[in-house]
Design a protein around this ligand. Sequence first.
Ligand code: BG6
Ligand code: MG
Length: 232
Amino acid sequence: MNSTLYTSSLQAVIFDLDGVLVDTARFHDQAWAELALGLGYVLTEPDRHALKGRSRADSLEYLLEQAGWNDADPSQKSKWLQAKNARYLELVEALTPQDAAQGALVLLDQLKSQGIKTALGSASQNAAKVLQKIGLDSCFDTVVDGTRTTRSKPDPQVFWMAAQDLGCEPAHCVVVEDDLAGVPAAWAGGFLNIGLGDASVLLGAHRVVHQFSELSVLGLLAWHFAFNHNNT
Ligand code: BG6
Ligand code: MG
């Protein structure tokens, strides 16, 4: 096969943060579960999946609805959001570069060496801190996070902004996601997407892998090329 075709096909990879590059989902879970318990509600497994990928404010709205709190006022909501975030940040303090997902740095280095751009596309307002804690803060060509976006996944805004920063069309990018909000966001934005994690949860993804070691730059180029070739 012609390698020029490969490189002209895939130009960028956009990575979600929480649950993809680092297992912070357990910290978000814990902080929400503690807050929920204070409201007399026990977080369920479906709740944990539903909360992943959503912005902090959207997550609180979801939680309040589940807990049957329909009349909370904005100042109370703001206190809950602060409390959840403070607890989350306490838990994040324990992170070190050893917590970066195994194989993520290798893939990022491979992509860079092949001239493929990389971006972070996360709903988190704590992305800069988490990236710094796991030692990936200087690994991306651009970082789009919850401090820049105005719409939460499953809206594709975060991925569109990343693609725009990189000067790449969605058709030339791949998104790597782990959750039920991120995969539909990638679809809605016109991105090929790879779900990282449990195939029974990530049913809508174009492809599912369990870990980064299943992804190589050559494999990604070939897959992206083949996918577009078979669908044109
Ligand atoms: C997403 C997480 O990446 O970021 C969600 O999957 C989280 O669980 C969201 O709610 C917002 O994160 P933060 O750090 O701004 O509260
Ligand atoms: Mg995620």
